[in-house]
Design a protein around this ligand. Structure first.
Ligand SMILES: Cc1ncc(C[n+]2csc(CCOP(=O)(O)OP(=O)(O)O)c2C)c(N)n1
Length: 366
């Protein structure tokens, strides 16, 4: 096991004081610690490519090496700046990557992690990036050598961390408010009100898992579902692609972390979405499902944002009282593209399941 505190102090001693990345459940005990250390600079980025690019900018400004963390599923987002800017044969900008390795060979993980898990090392190799698995303090010597190589050769190096490698480090829980409005409370009501023939496409994170569980437990059979168990940030475009080719009401259930990851998509949806395109944003200002890190969604005026990219209607609720129920009704009968921002608090269902039989889900969707 790795102590997050010892690992961070090791990296600090090696001169790393700039950290950026996208949260990941494997790394959460380490990355949550970053926010509590005022001697380092830590930026939670909206996607892994942006985190790499922030690191490149940091290096240009300081000549120092940034540390960029991500889940291996985010390597796709990182691929472009890694190969087109940072690569040894382009600008030769060194980065230290810390990668949470979901779906590593021989481990049991969810279907959406298994493909990337098996090709993670190969993908890094293709980019000419050396990597090593770190699972305890005994590996630090080896790491020390790699870090000095990385600095002298100006070549990116990746640390791979398998699930359950870090000891616990929890974010201090914020004081809970009295009238907490949770995702499940909204979904339980909303899913019973949608038109019978709706198609629901929900994002990765807790949204898909809660929709799946609530429909099963409450025996709700309205609408058909496509659960985006991976492809974070792409639910709105899958929904748009579906909706412009079909007549059914298409409802995208998004999260704030997911929406911000590929924010540009909302312009495409606002520009091209038909009246059957409905977008729900479950805004808890956090990456709740991977440790609760802030997304900084709180300061955004989503009404102005969505209106300016072409959405016809914006609605917002933060509870499920009589007025909110009327707003939900208006949203569902509105002529899209329209958006319902649901301001929720953190908190999920106990023993939350995961959609598993993905091919069956896809076949049933039509
Ligand atoms: C490309 C990519 N990067 C990172 C992750 C890890 N990840 C899974 S869910 C999630 C947070 C999603 O945040 P949000 O959409 O706000 O939903 P919530 O967690 O609050 O349910 C992250 C970062 C991922 N699955 N894919």
């Amino acid at each position: 096991m790795i102590s997050p505190k010892i690992f961070l102090s090791f990296l600090k001693k090696k001169g790393f004081n700039f950290f950026s990345g996208v949260p990941d459940s494997v790394l959460k005990n380490f990355t949550n610690l970053l926010d509590h250390d005022n001697k380092i600079n830590h930026i939670v980025s909206t996607n892994e490519g942006s985190a790499i690019s922030l690191g490149i900018g940091y290096h240009l400004a300081t000549k120092k090496v940034p540390c960029i963390y991500m889940q291996n599923s985010g390597l796709g987002n990182a691929f472009n700046p890694l190969t087109s800017i940072a690569h040894k044969k382009v600008y030769s900008i060194p980065l230290l990557l810390i990668i949470g390795w979901r779906g590593s060979p021989k481990s049991k993980d969810e279907p959406q992690h298994n493909v990337m898990g098996k090709i993670t090392q190969k993908t890094l190799k293709l980019m000419n990036i050396k990597s090593a698995v770190i699972n305890g303090r005994s590996n630090f010597k080896k790491l020390e050598r790699q870090i000095s190589n990385l600095k002298s050769n100006k070549k990116t190096f990746a640390i791979l961390i398998k699930p359950n490698s870090f000891n616990k480090y929890n974010l201090k829980k914020k004081k809970t408010k009295k009238n907490i409005f949770k995702r499940a409370e909204f979904l339980e009501y909303f899913l019973t009100k949608i038109p019978q023939k709706s198609k629901i496409i929900s994002t990765t994170g807790y949204s898909s898992r809660e929709v799946f569980q609530i429909k099963k437990e409450k025996k709700i059979n309205k609408g058909k579902n496509f659960y985006m168990v991976g492809g974070m940030g792409h639910a709105s475009m899958v929904s748009l692609g579906y909706s412009i080719n079909r007549k059914e009401q298409t409802i995208c259930i998004d999260g704030d972390g997911s929406l911000l990851m590929h924010l540009g998509s909302i312009r495409t949806a606002g520009f091209l979405g038909n009246k059957n395109f409905k977008h729900v944003l479950l805004n808890n200002n956090s990456h709740e499902s991977v440790g609760g890190q802030s997304t900084n969604a709180k300061g955004i005026n989503f009404k102005n944002l969505f209106k300016s990219v072409g959405y016809k209607k914006y609605f917002s609720i933060s509870n499920i009282n009589t007025i909110s129920k009327k707003i939900i009704k208006k949203f569902l009968i509105s002529s899209g593209p329209s958006i319902l921002e649901v301001i929720i608090d953190n908190g999920t269902i106990k023993k939350l399941e995961r959609p598993k039989n993905l091919i069956k889900i896809k076949n049933k969707f039509n």
